[in-house]
Design a protein around this ligand. Structure first.
Ligand SMILES: CC(C)(COP(=O)(O)OP(=O)(O)OC[C@H]1O[C@@H](n2cnc3c(N)ncnc32)[C@H](O)[C@@H]1OP(=O)(O)O)[C@@H](O)C(=O)NCCC(=O)NCCS
Length: 172
């Protein structure tokens, strides 16, 4: 949110500076609701890395209908909103202990949104006493997601069937 300000350089001096600054935009984290699912699928198609098209997601069985069923049964999700627009989300699956997804729009990366969304899902999986909290991701270790998971204590368990498996060892 840009704003214009005026700065006075010293008491009694007339020199003023006009500047344009940016106030920190408030972000809101809340539980995902059924009405959010379409937008979350859209966010998943717009990420910078590990991007999936709607068609590929459909082939993987991920549609508004299937995610609606998941949210009502095994899964729970969280969204981050800025200016009332969802810019990131995460989901976990308590029936399997899988940290299912985290995704943040490219222009909102690097602000701590991915960290918070990951924490929310992991806390929920832990509260459900999941014996094994795990995820699969790209085999490519140069992704931002891989660096984030390693930083947060996820152990790299290697690649199986083209997917890198990671398990959470420590509370972060
Ligand atoms: C992965 C992703 C969710 C991260 O979201 P983000 O909002 O940028 O994450 P954050 O700003 O909270 O940063 C996450 C942490 O990773 C760290 N990190 C990121 N890249 C890093 C790197 N190359 N080396 C070391 N640490 C790194 C950050 O420093 C930060 O740690 P901190 O909170 O202790 O400072 C986002 O990049 C994304 O959506 N990627 C595409 C989708 C994707 O790959 N999802 C995962 C599918 S398995």
């Amino acid at each position: 949110m840009p704003y214009i300000g005026i700065a006075s350089h010293a008491p009694g001096r007339r020199r003023l500076t006009l500047f344009v600054g940016f106030m920190a935009t408030p972000m809101t984290f809340r539980e995902m609701e059924e009405r959010d699912i379409g937008r979350c699928i859209e966010v998943r198609t717009l990420v910078r890395e590990q991007r999936y098209s709607v068609e590929t997601l459909r082939q993987l069985g991920i549609t508004v209908e299937s995610v609606t069923t998941m949210l009502a049964t095994t899964h729970k999700g969280w969204v981050c909103e800025i200016d009332r627009r969802i810019v990131g989300f995460s989901m976990g699956n308590r029936s399997s202990g899988e940290f299912w997804v985290v995704a943040v729009l490219p222009e909102f990366e690097g602000r701590g949104i991915g960290r918070r969304l990951t924490e929310l899902a992991v806390q929920w999986l832990r509260a459900g006493a999941c014996p094994d909290i795990w995820l699969w991701t790209s085999p490519d270790v140069s992704t931002r997601a891989y660096a984030m998971y390693r930083k947060f204590g996820w152990q790299d368990c290697g690649v199986q069937n083209g997917r890198r498996i990671m398990r959470l060892q420590h509370v972060f």
